[in-house]
Design a protein around this ligand. Sequence first.
Ligand code: CTP
Length: 394
Amino acid sequence: MKKVIIGVTGGIAAYKIPELARLFVRGGIDVQVVLTPAAAEFITPLTFQTLTGNPVYVEMYGDRTGERVRHVELLEKADLMVIAPATANTIGKMALGLADNLISTLYLAADCPVVVIPSMNVNMFRHPAVVANIEMLRKRGCHVMDPDEGELACGVYGSGRMPETYDIFNFARRAVMTKDYQGIEVLVTAGPTREPLDPVRYISNPSTGLMGYSLARALSDRGAVVTLVSGPTHLRVPTGVKLVSVNTAAEMHEAVLSSFSRCRIVFKAAAVSDFRPAENWDEKVKKEKASMALQLASNPDILLELGKTKDDKILVGFAAETENAVQNAQDKLSRKNLDLIVVNNLKEPGCGFAVSTNRVSLIGRDGEVEEIPMMEKEELAHLILDRTAVLIKN
Ligand code: CTP
């Protein structure tokens, strides 16, 4: 996506839209904001102009002579139009095909996907006229997001509240994403496992789960039905993803096996602890025991086990190495019967655990190594999905 038009109409939730514009701008997307005159009462054009670096339009007609037809010019190369907040009035006009301001005109002239974020009082939202209008927009292909429930600006509690900005951003991104994973059941594992020693101590690793969560989000955006088996993390579960929370490798093992049979693809991004304390104390171990030797026991290798019964399923493994990265990953790929392995060198700056970027190599079954430049894990997730999509087709 290169260019988005954000149409802001006159509701109190308009004050949240600069944050939405910023999310698009941060993603390198050109943002063109258009306000209705009522929206300009709630939030100033200057705010958006400063954030987006583009002129902001409120009026239908240009004030300069020789200016091209404004709505035609604005729509050029637009990949997406987002109307947020969309008032009952604007939704009604869209349903009827009226074009009496710049936003309603842009909507009629747009040939890109249109996302509508209704936001209004709960009674208005439930009114049969509004319900029918929203229904009509959906039938015509608009992506209408359901509002949240909560305290509304008018003081009552109910449905009609504009969803969180980040959720709107993700909903909008989904509308333009290729749906090459539509309906495919996918299992993703993410995060570390924790192997308890006693009620307050455990063996673990610094994984934050970001790679796995980025994959889950990208898969869901591309239409997959995603189950995310996750060790402890602080990350938000992506919209539409089914989360199964686990703590230990044994719990992850059980959760993965119970979903495996119905999944077509598995992304095993979790940093599973290979060992656990052989003994697990019920009470906190006292410091007098400092000199005791800790016996370890091996955890099951989940991916190895999946590889033995995979049939035509696609298995994607991950390896974080500190030496001989490609060689070690190639060994893991063949030992665990994988279709693709994603490997990085933990010693390289900006790579591996607890950073938002990674530089990886992708190795396929044919042994071919693709060196990927350093990039954000969110972006890397899509690239990994691009490569895996080819395997589904084969
Ligand atoms: N893996 C797993 N179960 C384990 C250990 C690893 O499913 N008990 C999976 C990881 O999720 C990852 C892949 O196997 O996708 C490689 O993990 P890694 O820890 O690099 O490999 P190991 O086989 O444990 O080898 P080593 O730790 O000796 O390098």
